[in-house]
Write a new protein. Sequence first.
Length: 348
Amino acid sequence: MAHGPGPLASGPGGRAGHPTPTPTSAVAETVPPAADRPTTHTRPTVTNSAAAGVPRRGRAAAHGGDSDMRTERAQDSEPPPRTAAAPEEAPPGRPGQDAARPGLDGLPRQGGRGAGGGDGPEAVVMLLHGGREAGLEAPPPWNLPGLRMRPFGRSIARATRGHDVRLTAVRYTHRGWNGTREDPLRDARRALDAVAEAYGEVPVILVGHSMGGRAALRAAGHPLVRGVVGLAPWCPPGDPVTQLAGRSVVLLHSDRDHTTSPLASQTTATRARRAGARTCSVTIRGSDHAMLRRAPVWHRLTADLVTGLLGHGPLPPAVDAALRLPPGTSGPEGNLDLDRITGPHDAR
Protein backbone atom coordinates (compact mmCIF):
# COMPACT_ATOMS: atom_id res chain seq x y z
CA MET A 1 0.00 0.00 0.00
CA ALA A 2 1.15 3.47 -0.63
CA HIS A 3 2.52 5.73 2.01
CA GLY A 4 1.18 9.16 1.90
CA PRO A 5 2.71 12.03 3.55
CA GLY A 6 1.25 11.84 6.91
CA PRO A 7 -1.33 14.58 6.85
CA LEU A 8 -1.99 16.12 3.47
CA ALA A 9 -5.20 16.87 1.60
CA SER A 10 -4.22 18.20 -1.72
CA GLY A 11 -0.84 16.96 -0.85
CA PRO A 12 1.03 13.75 -0.93
CA GLY A 13 -0.11 10.78 0.76
CA GLY A 14 -0.68 7.46 -0.45
CA ARG A 15 0.26 4.31 1.17
CA ALA A 16 1.87 2.61 0.26
CA GLY A 17 23.85 7.23 -13.71
CA HIS A 18 26.61 6.51 -14.83
CA PRO A 19 29.91 7.72 -13.38
CA THR A 20 30.88 10.93 -11.74
CA PRO A 21 30.52 11.49 -8.06
CA THR A 22 28.01 14.02 -6.81
CA PRO A 23 26.37 14.91 -3.52
CA THR A 24 25.03 11.74 -1.95
CA SER A 25 22.01 13.08 -0.10
CA ALA A 26 19.88 13.72 -3.14
CA VAL A 27 21.54 11.62 -5.74
CA ALA A 28 19.84 9.85 -8.56
CA GLU A 29 19.80 6.17 -8.92
CA THR A 30 19.29 4.21 -12.08
CA VAL A 31 16.48 1.78 -12.70
CA PRO A 32 17.32 -0.74 -15.44
CA PRO A 33 14.68 -2.77 -17.20
CA ALA A 34 14.51 -6.38 -16.14
CA ALA A 35 16.12 -7.68 -19.32
CA ASP A 36 19.14 -5.43 -18.88
CA ARG A 37 19.87 -6.24 -15.27
CA PRO A 38 22.55 -8.75 -14.28
CA THR A 39 21.57 -11.59 -12.03
CA THR A 40 23.31 -9.96 -9.10
CA HIS A 41 22.65 -6.30 -9.01
CA THR A 42 21.57 -3.48 -6.83
CA ARG A 43 18.01 -2.37 -6.62
CA PRO A 44 17.04 1.13 -7.71
CA THR A 45 16.04 3.44 -4.92
CA VAL A 46 13.23 5.73 -5.66
CA THR A 47 11.93 8.82 -4.07
CA ASN A 48 8.89 9.91 -2.14
CA SER A 49 5.42 9.56 -3.52
CA ALA A 50 2.73 7.16 -2.64
CA ALA A 51 3.93 3.67 -2.89
CA ALA A 52 2.08 0.54 -3.49
CA GLY A 53 -1.43 0.03 -2.39
CA VAL A 54 -4.70 1.71 -1.94
CA PRO A 55 -4.32 4.49 0.61
CA ARG A 56 -6.63 4.53 3.55
CA ARG A 57 -8.48 7.72 4.12
CA GLY A 58 -7.46 9.40 7.32
CA ARG A 59 -8.69 12.40 9.18
CA ALA A 60 -8.08 15.80 7.66
CA ALA A 61 -4.69 17.18 8.53
CA ALA A 62 -4.41 20.00 10.95
CA HIS A 63 -1.00 21.32 9.99
CA GLY A 64 -1.14 24.95 9.02
CA GLY A 65 -0.60 25.79 5.38
CA ASP A 66 -0.29 22.16 4.31
CA SER A 67 -3.59 21.14 5.83
CA ASP A 68 -5.12 20.56 2.42
CA MET A 69 -3.86 16.99 2.52
CA ARG A 70 -5.38 13.97 4.18
CA THR A 71 -3.61 12.12 6.93
CA GLU A 72 -2.49 8.64 5.86
CA ARG A 73 -1.19 5.85 8.05
CA ALA A 74 2.14 4.41 6.98
CA GLN A 75 1.91 0.73 6.12
CA ASP A 76 5.57 -0.20 6.32
CA SER A 77 4.77 -3.73 7.35
CA GLU A 78 2.89 -4.51 4.17
CA PRO A 79 4.77 -6.35 1.42
CA PRO A 80 5.67 -4.45 -1.74
CA PRO A 81 3.53 -5.06 -4.82
CA ARG A 82 4.70 -8.05 -6.83
CA THR A 83 5.84 -7.00 -10.25
CA ALA A 84 7.68 -8.95 -12.90
CA ALA A 85 11.42 -9.32 -12.45
CA ALA A 86 11.58 -7.55 -9.10
CA PRO A 87 11.68 -10.28 -6.40
CA GLU A 88 15.37 -11.06 -6.53
CA GLU A 89 16.53 -7.48 -6.23
CA ALA A 90 18.47 -6.38 -3.18
CA PRO A 91 17.53 -3.43 -0.99
CA PRO A 92 18.98 -0.08 -2.05
CA GLY A 93 20.68 0.55 1.25
CA ARG A 94 22.75 -2.64 1.37
CA PRO A 95 25.79 -2.09 3.63
CA GLY A 96 28.87 -0.86 1.82
CA GLN A 97 27.15 -0.45 -1.53
CA ASP A 98 26.62 3.31 -1.53
CA ALA A 99 29.80 4.06 0.37
CA ALA A 100 31.82 2.34 -2.35
CA ARG A 101 30.20 4.36 -5.13
CA PRO A 102 29.08 7.76 -3.87
CA GLY A 103 26.91 10.16 -5.76
CA LEU A 104 25.52 9.31 -9.16
CA ASP A 105 27.92 6.41 -9.39
CA GLY A 106 26.45 4.97 -6.22
CA LEU A 107 23.12 4.24 -7.87
CA PRO A 108 22.19 1.22 -9.91
CA ARG A 109 22.61 1.77 -13.60
CA GLN A 110 19.78 2.75 -15.80
CA GLY A 111 18.22 1.15 -18.81
CA GLY A 112 18.13 3.21 -22.03
CA ARG A 113 21.78 2.63 -22.85
CA GLY A 114 22.11 2.76 -26.59
CA ALA A 115 23.15 4.97 -29.34
CA GLY A 116 24.99 7.74 -27.49
CA GLY A 117 28.38 6.34 -26.74
CA GLY A 118 29.65 9.74 -25.54
CA ASP A 119 30.81 10.79 -22.09
CA GLY A 120 27.30 11.60 -20.95
CA PRO A 121 23.69 10.77 -21.80
CA GLU A 122 21.60 12.72 -24.27
CA ALA A 123 18.91 13.18 -21.62
CA VAL A 124 18.07 12.28 -18.02
CA VAL A 125 14.74 11.15 -16.57
CA MET A 126 14.55 11.67 -12.81
CA LEU A 127 12.00 9.88 -10.62
CA LEU A 128 10.69 11.39 -7.38
CA HIS A 129 8.52 9.19 -5.18
CA GLY A 130 5.93 10.21 -2.64
CA GLY A 131 6.15 10.77 1.08
CA ARG A 132 4.48 12.49 3.99
CA GLU A 133 3.54 15.96 5.04
CA ALA A 134 5.81 15.73 8.06
CA GLY A 135 8.62 13.32 8.93
CA LEU A 136 12.25 14.03 9.73
CA GLU A 137 13.35 10.40 9.70
CA ALA A 138 15.11 9.01 6.63
CA PRO A 139 13.10 6.74 4.30
CA PRO A 140 13.80 3.06 5.06
CA PRO A 141 15.57 0.85 2.48
CA TRP A 142 12.31 -0.89 1.52
CA ASN A 143 10.27 2.28 1.22
CA LEU A 144 6.89 1.52 -0.35
CA PRO A 145 6.48 4.91 -2.06
CA GLY A 146 9.88 4.31 -3.66
CA LEU A 147 9.05 0.75 -4.63
CA ARG A 148 5.86 1.92 -6.32
CA MET A 149 7.95 3.95 -8.78
CA ARG A 150 9.96 0.96 -9.98
CA PRO A 151 7.40 -0.21 -12.58
CA PHE A 152 7.38 3.35 -13.95
CA GLY A 153 11.16 3.17 -14.21
CA ARG A 154 11.01 -0.10 -16.11
CA SER A 155 8.35 1.20 -18.50
CA ILE A 156 10.35 4.35 -19.21
CA ALA A 157 13.57 2.35 -19.68
CA ARG A 158 11.86 0.08 -22.22
CA ALA A 159 10.35 3.05 -24.04
CA THR A 160 13.71 4.86 -24.29
CA ARG A 161 15.74 1.81 -25.30
CA GLY A 162 17.96 2.68 -28.24
CA HIS A 163 18.49 6.20 -26.91
CA ASP A 164 21.16 7.22 -24.44
CA VAL A 165 18.77 8.29 -21.72
CA ARG A 166 19.88 8.05 -18.09
CA LEU A 167 17.13 7.05 -15.67
CA THR A 168 17.69 8.11 -12.07
CA ALA A 169 15.81 8.60 -8.81
CA VAL A 170 16.18 11.19 -6.10
CA ARG A 171 17.19 10.04 -2.64
CA TYR A 172 15.36 11.88 0.08
CA THR A 173 17.13 12.77 3.29
CA HIS A 174 13.78 12.93 5.15
CA ARG A 175 10.41 11.26 4.60
CA GLY A 176 8.35 14.43 4.90
CA TRP A 177 7.94 17.78 3.19
CA ASN A 178 8.27 19.39 6.62
CA GLY A 179 6.67 22.76 6.06
CA THR A 180 9.00 25.61 5.21
CA ARG A 181 11.99 23.23 5.29
CA GLU A 182 10.74 21.79 1.97
CA ASP A 183 13.20 18.92 2.33
CA PRO A 184 12.28 16.95 -0.84
CA LEU A 185 12.57 20.14 -2.89
CA ARG A 186 16.09 20.70 -1.55
CA ASP A 187 16.96 17.08 -2.37
CA ALA A 188 15.59 17.42 -5.90
CA ARG A 189 17.59 20.58 -6.54
CA ARG A 190 20.76 18.94 -5.22
CA ALA A 191 20.16 15.96 -7.48
CA LEU A 192 19.71 18.27 -10.48
CA ASP A 193 22.93 20.10 -9.59
CA ALA A 194 24.65 16.71 -9.39
CA VAL A 195 23.42 15.85 -12.90
CA ALA A 196 24.68 19.20 -14.18
CA GLU A 197 28.07 18.61 -12.59
CA ALA A 198 28.29 15.11 -14.00
CA TYR A 199 26.89 15.62 -17.50
CA GLY A 200 26.70 19.33 -18.22
CA GLU A 201 23.68 20.91 -19.91
CA VAL A 202 21.66 17.75 -20.47
CA PRO A 203 17.83 18.02 -20.68
CA VAL A 204 15.96 16.51 -17.74
CA ILE A 205 12.38 15.27 -17.44
CA LEU A 206 11.06 15.00 -13.88
CA VAL A 207 8.50 12.31 -13.04
CA GLY A 208 7.07 12.73 -9.55
CA HIS A 209 4.30 11.05 -7.59
CA SER A 210 2.30 12.71 -4.81
CA MET A 211 4.79 14.62 -2.63
CA GLY A 212 7.39 13.87 -5.30
CA GLY A 213 5.07 15.54 -7.80
CA ARG A 214 5.04 18.68 -5.69
CA ALA A 215 8.86 18.58 -5.46
CA ALA A 216 9.11 18.08 -9.24
CA LEU A 217 6.86 21.05 -9.97
CA ARG A 218 8.75 23.28 -7.56
CA ALA A 219 12.19 22.16 -8.82
CA ALA A 220 11.22 22.65 -12.47
CA GLY A 221 12.78 26.10 -12.49
CA HIS A 222 16.21 24.46 -12.58
CA PRO A 223 17.97 25.26 -15.90
CA LEU A 224 18.20 21.57 -16.88
CA VAL A 225 14.49 20.80 -16.56
CA ARG A 226 12.52 20.65 -19.81
CA GLY A 227 9.35 18.98 -18.60
CA VAL A 228 7.41 17.50 -15.67
CA VAL A 229 5.07 14.52 -15.53
CA GLY A 230 3.13 14.69 -12.26
CA LEU A 231 1.45 11.53 -11.00
CA ALA A 232 -1.37 12.34 -8.56
CA PRO A 233 0.71 15.37 -7.49
CA TRP A 234 0.24 17.28 -4.26
CA CYS A 235 -0.65 20.78 -5.44
CA PRO A 236 -1.40 23.15 -2.54
CA PRO A 237 -3.21 26.26 -3.83
CA GLY A 238 -0.52 28.68 -2.67
CA ASP A 239 2.42 26.99 -4.40
CA PRO A 240 4.19 29.13 -7.04
CA VAL A 241 3.95 28.30 -10.75
CA THR A 242 6.12 31.00 -12.35
CA GLN A 243 9.10 28.59 -12.30
CA LEU A 244 7.22 26.43 -14.81
CA ALA A 245 7.35 29.06 -17.57
CA GLY A 246 8.81 27.57 -20.75
CA ARG A 247 8.42 24.00 -19.48
CA SER A 248 6.02 21.26 -20.60
CA VAL A 249 3.89 19.99 -17.72
CA VAL A 250 1.43 17.07 -17.80
CA LEU A 251 -0.44 16.18 -14.60
CA LEU A 252 -2.19 12.80 -14.30
CA HIS A 253 -4.79 12.24 -11.60
CA SER A 254 -7.47 9.72 -10.72
CA ASP A 255 -10.98 10.99 -10.21
CA ARG A 256 -11.17 8.71 -7.14
CA ASP A 257 -8.05 9.99 -5.42
CA HIS A 258 -8.86 10.62 -1.76
CA THR A 259 -5.35 11.69 -0.79
CA THR A 260 -4.47 14.48 -3.20
CA SER A 261 -6.88 16.61 -5.16
CA PRO A 262 -7.65 16.00 -8.87
CA LEU A 263 -9.21 19.47 -9.05
CA ALA A 264 -6.02 21.00 -7.63
CA SER A 265 -4.06 19.38 -10.47
CA GLN A 266 -6.40 20.92 -13.05
CA THR A 267 -6.19 24.32 -11.36
CA THR A 268 -2.40 24.12 -11.19
CA ALA A 269 -2.20 23.26 -14.89
CA THR A 270 -4.35 26.28 -15.74
CA ARG A 271 -2.35 28.62 -13.49
CA ALA A 272 0.94 27.35 -14.94
CA ARG A 273 -0.33 27.87 -18.50
CA ARG A 274 -1.13 31.48 -17.68
CA ALA A 275 2.42 31.80 -16.31
CA GLY A 276 3.91 30.69 -19.63
CA ALA A 277 4.10 26.90 -19.29
CA ARG A 278 2.79 24.36 -21.81
CA THR A 279 0.39 22.36 -19.67
CA CYS A 280 -2.24 19.66 -19.68
CA SER A 281 -4.08 17.63 -17.05
CA VAL A 282 -5.40 14.12 -17.68
CA THR A 283 -8.04 12.35 -15.58
CA ILE A 284 -7.68 8.56 -15.22
CA ARG A 285 -11.06 7.33 -14.14
CA GLY A 286 -11.60 4.56 -11.62
CA SER A 287 -8.05 4.47 -10.27
CA ASP A 288 -6.62 5.51 -6.92
CA HIS A 289 -3.84 7.55 -5.37
CA ALA A 290 -1.39 4.63 -5.32
CA MET A 291 -2.06 4.08 -9.03
CA LEU A 292 -2.67 0.36 -8.54
CA ARG A 293 -6.06 0.23 -10.16
CA ARG A 294 -5.44 0.50 -13.91
CA ALA A 295 -1.71 0.39 -13.16
CA PRO A 296 -0.72 -0.61 -16.74
CA VAL A 297 -2.46 2.53 -18.03
CA TRP A 298 -0.46 4.73 -15.67
CA HIS A 299 2.82 3.03 -16.61
CA ARG A 300 2.20 3.10 -20.37
CA LEU A 301 0.92 6.68 -20.48
CA THR A 302 3.80 7.96 -18.36
CA ALA A 303 6.34 6.27 -20.64
CA ASP A 304 4.59 7.72 -23.72
CA LEU A 305 4.65 11.18 -22.19
CA VAL A 306 8.34 10.98 -21.29
CA THR A 307 9.38 9.79 -24.74
CA GLY A 308 7.15 12.43 -26.34
CA LEU A 309 8.56 15.24 -24.22
CA LEU A 310 12.08 14.06 -25.09
CA GLY A 311 11.20 14.04 -28.80
CA HIS A 312 11.77 10.29 -29.07
CA GLY A 313 8.22 9.52 -30.05
CA PRO A 314 4.83 11.15 -30.58
CA LEU A 315 2.79 12.50 -27.72
CA PRO A 316 -0.84 11.37 -27.52
CA PRO A 317 -2.55 13.72 -30.03
CA ALA A 318 -4.95 15.26 -27.51
CA VAL A 319 -2.10 15.92 -25.07
CA ASP A 320 0.00 17.47 -27.84
CA ALA A 321 -2.91 19.74 -28.78
CA ALA A 322 -3.46 20.75 -25.15
CA LEU A 323 0.22 21.63 -24.70
CA ARG A 324 -0.10 24.03 -27.64
CA LEU A 325 -3.01 25.98 -26.13
CA PRO A 326 -2.48 29.74 -25.69
CA PRO A 327 -1.65 30.99 -22.18
CA GLY A 328 -5.10 32.35 -21.39
CA THR A 329 -6.92 29.09 -22.11
CA SER A 330 -8.79 27.46 -19.25
CA GLY A 331 -11.41 24.77 -19.00
CA PRO A 332 -11.96 21.51 -20.83
CA GLU A 333 -9.48 22.10 -23.66
CA GLY A 334 -6.59 21.62 -21.26
CA ASN A 335 -8.30 19.15 -18.91
CA LEU A 336 -8.55 15.80 -20.65
CA ASP A 337 -10.37 12.57 -19.82
CA LEU A 338 -8.15 9.62 -20.75
CA ASP A 339 -11.05 7.36 -21.65
CA ARG A 340 -12.29 9.91 -24.19
CA ILE A 341 -8.98 10.45 -25.94
CA THR A 342 -7.71 6.86 -26.22
CA GLY A 343 -8.83 3.62 -27.74
CA PRO A 344 -10.60 0.72 -26.03
CA HIS A 345 -7.33 -1.06 -25.19
CA ASP A 346 -6.46 1.79 -22.83
CA ALA A 347 -9.75 1.63 -20.98
CA ARG A 348 -8.62 -1.24 -18.79
